[in-house]
Design a binder for this molecule. Structure first.
Ligand code: 1HN
Length: 351
């Protein structure tokens, strides 16, 4: 609070402070907010026009030259920052037939969610994960990774990274390795066979890393889990319907230390309860169409669209169609929980 007495002398006093690089706390604005504020806005990126530009980019630059041929999804509220929400980066990546995206590693963690194509791969930690639509592939912080497409079809996926967080914390490192592709030391998809069932733990592996040992979460498995729950009449969560978190099979926790991933099914006719949480999210539509109302703004989504949910935005999902709708999402949940900043409130529905 500004002092009420002697405003003139107070102003003269404050003028003397700036040469000393000091400032009165009682005059400082925006220091302690009563609730979270963000410049990120609720926003939808339609797939078709972006796909068109990606294919055009494919004629203009090779994956090798670009390192990664990606169109970044920039939230219009964030002043041109390469970010979909203030803590999450998202982009759509194209790898054309017989291309490679050269091996590198960085301190940012990444996820890939496959949109189109079949049989291209991400190599990570000496193992190739063969990718099909709907598969989730992890490339953890510091893990060397390269992508390749030995098929005859273009491969397109959604990249999700914690990059705005990492750069905000001033902890970004990035390096190439000496060869375009990394040495493969393990059979393709071996981590899937060891861990994807999630019930039997290979006892000879002493996994102490802070991310999931499973490189790929296949869509075949994820989809059947969602559909089985629907057929069993499971209602799921009041705010999210039938929602599963992709988990680290060793800990049961999030797949990465900074990001969590979810797959959710909204049954036909479902209108969820509204809530808000400090975490922000990027959603990608796998199947069906519907509306997510975010801070009063209806986001009408269709298959392959991607949309941003800013932190603390009130939201509810509506599937007014007669088909199930399926959404994939990644969030900054583990970061906020680790720091004790996770908060959730239930709200009145907006629509
Ligand atoms: C990255 O490593 C990939 O490996 C994609 O495919 C997008 C955006 C920023 C920084 C690193 C990839 C990226 C990235």
């Amino acid at each position: 609070m500004a002092a009420k007495s002697e405003p003139a002398s107070m102003d003269r006093f404050i003028e003397t402070l700036s040469p000393l690089h000091i400032y009165p706390l009682w005059r400082q604005k925006g220091l302690l907010l009563r609730k979270p504020e963000t410049k990120a806005i609720p926003f939808l990126w339609r797939y078709a026009p972006i796909r068109e530009r990606l294919i055009e980019a494919g004629r203009l630059i090779s994956a090798e030259e670009a390192q990664r041929r990606v169109l970044i999804l920039k939230n219009p509220g964030l002043d041109g920052k390469p970010a979909a929400t203030s803590r999450l980066y998202a982009g759509l990546q194209l790898v054309l037939p017989h291309e490679i995206a050269p091996a590198h590693y960085h301190s940012a963690s990444a996820i890939r969610f496959v949109i189109e194509g079949q049989g291209a791969f991400t190599a990570v930690d000496g193992e190739r994960a063969l990718m099909e639509p709907g598969d989730l592939v992890l490339t953890a912080a510091w893990a060397v990774h390269d992508h390749g497409n030995d098929t005859d079809e273009p491969m397109i996926w959604l990249d999700g990274l914690d990059l705005p967080l990492v750069t905000g914390l001033e902890c970004s490192f990035f390096n190439e390795i000496d060869t375009p592709t990394q040495k493969l030391t393990r059979p393709d998809d071996v981590s899937e066979r060891l861990y994807a069932h999630g019930q039997l733990r290979p006892t000879w592996v002493h996994w102490t890393k802070n991310y999931s040992p499973l490189a790929k979460y296949s869509w075949i498995q994820t989809e059947s889990i969602l559909i089985d729950a629907l057929n069993d009449g499971v209602a799921g969560s009041p705010t999210d319907g039938i929602i599963f978190e992709y988990s680290n099979p060793i800990t049961g926790g999030a797949v990465l230390p900074t990001m969590a991933c979810f797959a959710q099914l909204l049954a036909p006719g479902l209108h969820t309860e509204a809530h808000r949480h400090t975490t922000s999210a990027v959603y990608h539509v796998v199947q069906g169409s519907g509306t997510t109302i975010i801070d009063g703004k209806p986001i009408h989504w269709q298959p392959r669209d991607t949309f941003a949910l800013p932190g603390w935005a009130v939201h509810e999902h509506v599937n007014s169609s007669s088909e199930p709708a399926i959404l994939f999402s990644f969030t900054d949940d583990p970061t906020l929980r680790a720091l004790g900043f996770y908060q959730e409130r239930f709200e009145k529905r907006q629509g």
